[in-house]
Design a protein around this ligand. Structure first.
Ligand code: C5P
Length: 421
């Protein structure tokens, strides 16, 4: 499970393809950019169309391909000025010597060169050409001009070339290019979030998933928690500008982008790591983990052998992690969760007081459509009395959307807003 998908659905990329054998790689590049959620429109020069057809790019991008400057029909659809304004990034890959020269000279004799002059979006070029053409003085001179003009030049790679030469001039692999684009937008988003996000400047620690309590070296006690809610909250906190550490029990989930993950197994280990994080500095502590209430009193050193009809294992109570952290003198803003099958609100409100929390989110796990393994959730959030905030019902939605609403609730409580439902 990844939390990156469709993150970039509001970002528009123009992929400009010029004439060169590397144009075939651009077909895969469109796929990868689409996989990351970008909207992609392809512009092709006449030279590019000698290597690959517009139809290929139309099918892959899901958009009409732009090839002509002076075509009234195309201009009526999305004209070159509109196209230039639409783009959040123009990526020219492969970029031929000819296009680089046109950009450097400021020519405007076809759609792409005109677009280059008309766009305010950042322009990236990925030159791909014969090694001798790459090294040629005019090419290098033109590239220097582009760099001076603020264009980002993605260096070609060395290797064997389609023409039989060996040297610099190969376009990087499409996966690498797509990743560079993704990282660029991630960094830009992160910079904005760190300044203006709801949790900008906050350090957040989140416990997630189940814990695993050993019986012997090969067996353990655990539960069905998948960690999905905690991981979604970690992603939402990061998107809100926080520095996020995720203390994850054994789960099979990808680490959300930008989040520091520390894997732990038992409740004792989770508590140890939580205390350690507290020492490092923590503004908000969010306990989503389904911590095992009991652990085995004495873990057997060797595998317990089958013997007799009964086996008695003695259990002792685990520490309550969230309550322990809440008791510390320099305590963060404490958020707990309650999963109940009945009297949901009454029990949750009781835990809020008993564990000295600032906020508790509770859900009814007797409902099959939400909770544990489901991708959806619905919750009611209560705040400690001193916040004078009304309880909030978070209607059934994806765990990502619920996580976003929880971030808003934390932000509001941190700012002591009084917000009636
Ligand atoms: O008491 P209960 O397990 O229902 O409380 C749930 C809340 O307490 C959750 O936020 C859970 O992560 C936290 N908890 C904990 N350590 C425990 C048990 C629960 O942090 N040992």
């Amino acid at each position: 499970m990844s939390f990156d998908l469709s993150v970039f659905s509001n970002k528009n990329i123009i992929l400009a393809v010029t004439g060169g054998i590397a144009a075939y790689k651009s077909a895969i590049l469109v796929r990868r950019l689409k996989d990351y959620g970008f909207n992609v429109r392809v512009v092709m020069t006449h030279g590019a169309q000698a290597f690959i057809t517009p139809l290929t790019f139309q099918a892959l991008s899901g958009n009409p391909v732009h090839t002509e400057l002076l075509d009234p029909e195309a201009e009526a659809g999305m004209g070159h000025i509109e196209l230039a304004r639409w783009a959040d990034l123009v990526l020219v890959a492969p970029a031929s010597c000819n296009t680089i020269a046109k950009f450097a000279a400021g020519l405007a004799d076809d759609l792409l060169s005109t677009l280059y002059l008309a766009t305010k979006a950042p322009v990236w070029v990925a030159p791909a050409m014969n090694q001798q053409m790459w090294a040629a003085k005019p090419t290098q001179r033109n590239l220097n001009t582009l760099v001076e003009d603020g264009v980002h030049v993605i260096m070609p790679e060395a290797g064997s070339q389609a023409c039989g030469d060996v040297g610099l001039g190969r376009m990087p692999e499409p996966e690498d290019l797509a990743e560079q684009v993704k990282n660029y937008f991630h960094q830009a988003q992160r910079a904005i979030a760190e300044k203006f996000g709801l949790l900008a400047g906050k350090r957040v620690v989140i416990t997630a998933g189940p814990t695993r309590e050993a019986i012997d070296p090969v067996r353990y006690i655990s539960n069905h928690s998948t960690g999905k809610m905690g991981f979604a909250i970690a992603a939402a906190c990061y998107s809100a500008g926080a520095k996020v550490t995720l203390l994850a029990g054994p789960v099979s989930l990808d680490t959300p982008n930008g989040v520091r993950r520390i894997n732990v197994s038992s409740a004792i280990k989770m508590l140890d790591e939580s205390m350690h994080q507290l020492e490092e500095g923590c503004d908000v502590f969010i306990a989503t983990a389904a911590v095992a209430d009991y652990r085995v009193a004495e873990v057997a050193e060797h595998k317990i052998k089958k013997a007799g009809d009964e086996l008695n294992v003695s259990l002792v109570k685990n520490p309550d992690i969230v309550a322990t952290i809440a008791q510390q003198s320099k305590r963060p803003f404490m958020v707990g969760f309650a999963a109940e099958t009945r009297n949901v609100e009454e029990y949750a409100a009781g835990k809020l007081v008993a564990k000295k929390l600032d906020m508790i989110a509770c859900n009814d796990v007797s409902r099959a459509d939400i909770g544990f393994a489901s991708d959806q959730n619905a919750m009611t959030v209560f705040f400690a009395e001193q916040y004078q905030m009304e309880k909030r019902d978070l209607e059934k939605a994806s765990k990502q959307e619920i996580a976003q609403q929880l971030v808003e609730a934390i932000h509001d409580a941190l700012n002591h807003k009084i917000e009636p439902v």
